[in-house]
Structures are given as C-alpha cells and as structure tokens.
Write a protein that binds this ligand. Structure first.
Ligand code: UT7
Length: 344
C-alpha cells in the first residue's frame, strides 16, 4: 500500500475524566516545605486531583473510555490500547479488565508503558492496527493513578503529579478527512533511564534480592535534569512532524504538549516559534497527569472552545524512559466530553 491508499486512523471521539479528590497548593503548603508562589511560578499548577480510596487506574480508564465511546456514538471497538505507568498490577495488563468492564467483548486489549509519552505511543499502536487492517475501530486510553506511586512527603514530585484519564476513539478512514492522524514521530534514550524511576518492585530489584530502601517504591525524579531533555526532545520531534506534515510553523493553530510544567510548554513553543497564545493548557487545574495528559488536554480544550474544528494541531509529549513523541492532526467536528467530577 502506498501513502495515498493506506488506511488512515481518524479521531472520531474524545473524552477526559478527572476524579473528585483535590489537593490544592494550600494543602501542600500545610504539610511540605513549599509555597503556593513557588509552585505556581515554577510549574503553573494550582491544584491536582486524586482518586478516592479503593479506586485505581482501571476505574479511571473505564470512565474516560465510556465517555469517549459516547463521544464517538459507538458501543463497540476492535481493540483497546491503554497507556499507563500505573497499571493496577505488574501482571497482568490492565487493558483487558477495562475492555471487559466496558462490555466490549473478547477484543484485543493491551497496555503501553511509555510513562508521560504513553498516549502518543498508544496512539501510534492504534494507528498501526488500523493501517495493518486488523482493526477498524480502536479505543486509545491514557489513565494514571500517580497518587499511588508519589511519596506525599516528597516536594519534588508531590507538587506536580495528579490522577486522571483521557481517551480517544479512532476509526479507519481516509488521510484527507478531518481528524486523520498525520505523521507520528517516537523516540527514546535509555541511557537516562535513572532520571525518573521507581527503583523497587521490578524484576531487577527482585532478581538482585535486595531489600528496598525507604522511598524505593515511590517515583523519584531529577527534575532539573529532566527539564532540559523535555524541552529539546519535544521541540525536535515536533519539528520533524511539521516537516513530514508539510506544515510550516505558521500553519500550527494549536500546540498541545504534555502538561509537565507550564514553563516547559512555553519553552517548546518559543523554541519552535509558535506564538504563546496558540499553546493549549490545563495544567493549572490538573497538574501533570502523565499518559492521561494529552487526551485530557484535547478534551478540555475542545469542550471549552479553545480547540475548534479545522484547527491544525501539533502534539508533543516527553517522559521517563526517556521516551518522547510528536504527532499532528486537523481537529475534527467532534463532541468532546470532559467530566471534572469536582465541578459537579
Ligand atoms: O512528566 C514528564 C517528565 N517530567 C518533567 O518534564 C518535569 C521536568 N522538570 C520540572 O518541571 C522542574 O525541574 C521542576 C518543577 C521539577 C522543578 O523546577 P525547577 O525550576 O527546575 O527547580 P529546581 O529543581 O532547579 O530547584 C530550584 C530551587 C532549589 O533550591 P535552591 O537549590 O535553589 O536553594 C530547590 O531545592 O527550588 C527548590 N525546590 C522547591 N522549593 C519549594 C524544589 N522543589 C521545591 C518545591 N517547593 N516543591
């Protein structure tokens, strides 16, 4: 198949779901050596959300998945791809349980582990499944329960991360249709795998028969070192996608970056030459929600009017691994459903 006849994957549904528990900067000031002013000025975050006790990634993924199916007007798909760094268990994957809970039957279902770049990796898996012809419809979800892996006493991570889920539905279609996913670039650099990690619980620590130290089951991040990589890698991948899309920087109506830090998103925009008013953002309300970040941002922006049909959107994400990616699409006429449970 050449490019003209290859089946494209078209975005036909999008949704986000944010759980009810809130942690404001004032809450963090009360228990950590930090301030509202520091958090806002260094990250752009005012609040983040947490699941209720007993709720975890499966429930978040099901909420977002159900809404995305409703947005697409569908009750079936051929495959479910779940991007998450916080699966409910190390084994098995969480996606089969999500598919079952959504009543989707015996469909293909698997997890993708690429942390904050996970949604773009999962999107690529969905696009690939459609292009290869073994799926006509794919539900792609990003869902995270970072409250389960972040040490609430660690100011390096507790001020940043939140819980949420977002999802899109893809269907087979033509590459010229609005919503068709354009070129995707993915990359990784495992030589920096220690910059963001959970040291304990995996096969490496277990095989070494070491006793985990305090904090080794929690997420550890060397933020300052990660910052530079995040900016450079997202900008580079975005540039490559622009080239492959045949777009100039001036063609970009909206830049949607992984919501890691408002300063990083602005730095990526500056690096690319995209005007700041074209940068989509919801980090103030939800923090960094890892794999959920991009689909939640798209759902929030489309339902709030910041993202409109016909807008040319450039997506970029970066996270632990290190892993990163970028993609482009022209936004379709789709009813985005964004449910922030705290808003009632
Ligand atoms: O999700 C994808 C992967 N993650 C990322 O992309 C995150 C990338 N990194 C970042 O977003 C930023 O590096 C952080 C938000 C994590 C930190 O911001 P920063 O501007 O890079 O701060 P820093 O680590 O350079 O620390 C600056 C100062 C330090 O004090 P001194 O050494 O200057 O006296 C820190 O100890 O701020 C201090 N600090 C804090 N102060 C108050 C660090 N964390 C806090 C805090 N509250 N929570």
């Amino acid at each position: 198949m050449d490019n003209d006849t290859a089946r494209a994957a078209v975005l036909v549904g999008v949704a986000g779901w944010v759980p009810p528990g809130t942690v404001t900067n004032a809450d963090l000031e009360a228990r950590l050596d930090t301030t509202d002013a520091w958090i806002r000025s260094r990250t752009g975050i005012a609040r983040r959300h947490t699941v209720a006790p007993g709720t975890a990634t499966r429930e978040l993924a099901v909420e977002a998945g159900r809404l995305a199916l409703k947005s697409a007007g569908r009750d079936s798909v051929d495959a479910v791809v779940l991007a998450t760094a916080t699966p409910d268990r190390l084994c098995p994957a969480t996606a089969p349980e999500v598919a079952a809970a959504l009543g989707l039957g015996p469909v293909a279902a698997h997890d993708i582990s690429a942390v904050c770049a996970g949604f773009l990796y999962a999107l690529a898996a969905g696009v690939g499944a459609i292009a290869a012809g073994f799926a006509d419809h794919v539900l792609v979800i990003g869902a995270e329960t970072f409250s389960a892996i972040v040490d609430p006493q660690d100011r390096n991570t507790a001020v940043i991360f939140g819980d949420a889920a977002g999802a899109v539905v893809l269907r087979a279609g033509g590459s010229e249709e609005p919503g068709a996913i354009g070129p995707i670039r993915l990359g990784s650099d495992g030589t920096h795998s220690d910059l963001i990690q959970i040291p304990a619980g995996g096969a490496r620590q277990r095989a070494a028969r070491t006793v985990p130290g305090p904090g080794d089951h929690h997420l550890q991040m060397q933020g300052r070192k990660v910052y530079r990589h995040a900016k450079e890698r997202m900008a580079q991948a975005a540039r490559e996608v622009l080239d492959r899309s045949g777009w100039t920087v001036g063609d970009v109506d909206r830049l949607a970056t992984h919501q890691a830090n408002a300063r990083i998103s602005e730095a990526v925009a500056d690096e690319l030459g995209v005007a700041r008013e074209r940068v989509l953002s919801n980090i103030e309300q939800v923090g960094n929600t890892s794999a959920a970040s991009l689909p939640l941002l798209l759902a929030d922006s489309a339902s709030g009017g910041a993202l409109r049909p016909g807008d040319r959107v450039l997506l970029a994400a970066f996270g632990a691994g290190l892993a990163w990616g970028a993609a482009s699409l022209t936004w379709p006429d789709v009813t985005a459903l964004a449910v922030h449970s705290y808003r009632g």
